[in-house]
Write a protein that binds this ligand. Sequence first.
Ligand SMILES: Cc1cc2nc3c(=O)[nH]c(=O)nc-3n(C[C@H](O)[C@H](O)[C@H](O)COP(=O)(O)O)c2cc1C
Length: 200
Amino acid sequence: MAKIGIVYYSMYGATYELAKAIAQGVEKAGGEAHLRRVPDPLLPDEVKASDGVRESIEAQSEVQLADAAELEEFDGIVFGSPTRYGSATSQLQAFLDTTGGQWQSGALVGKAAGFFTGAATMHGGHETTIMSMATFAMHHGMAVVPLGYGNAAEVGSTTTGGSPYGPTQLGNGDGLSDDEESIALAYGDFFNGIADKLAA
Ligand SMILES: Cc1cc2nc3c(=O)[nH]c(=O)nc-3n(C[C@H](O)[C@H](O)[C@H](O)COP(=O)(O)O)c2cc1C
C-alpha cells in the first residue's frame, strides 16, 4: 500500500478542498493519504483574523504541519498551492526551501511527485503555477506525475478547473465544481497507482 503525502498551503480554503478530494481518491484506490499543511509565518495577524481567512484557519487546525524529514517516509508527495501572480505562494515555497537536507542526501530521488493549484480567474496562472512548482521535483530527481487527458474524461470538457497538468480549482471560495472534484478524485487514484509501482 502506497503512503502518499499531500502537502499544501491554503489561505481561503479552496486548495484545502482540493487536497481533501485528492486524499479521497488515494484512499479509494487503497493508498494511505496524509494531509499536511505548511507553516504560515508570513501572514499578518490582522489578515489571519479577517473574514474568510479566520474560518479557513479554524477548519484546517486539525491538519498536521508538514515537516521536511517526514517527506522521506512517503512513497509519493503531491504539493499544492494557490496561485499568487502566476506562481506558488511564498508559504509553499518557503517549505520547499527547507528540503536542502533531502536534496543533499538524495532522499526523495525516484519518488512520485504531483502538483495542484487554484486561481480566481480562468487565465490567471493555473499552468504557470504548476510548471513553476514542478522544478522542485526535477531538482530532487523525483518522477513528475501529471494527470494527462486519459485518466479523467472531464479534463477534456471542464469549463471550471481541472487540467492535464494536475488538479486545479477556479474561483473564489465557492467550493469545488463537480468536474474539479471528479478530476481531483481521479488524480488521487492515478497518482497512488504510479507511486505504488515506483516504490515496488
Ligand atoms: C496576493 C494574491 C495574489 C493572487 N494572484 C492571483 C493570480 O495571479 N491569478 C489568479 O487567478 N488568482 C490570484 N489570486 C487568487 C487566488 O489564487 C485564488 O483565490 C485561490 O483560489 C485561493 O486559494 P485558497 O482558497 O486555497 O487560498 C491571488 C490571491 C492573492 C491573495
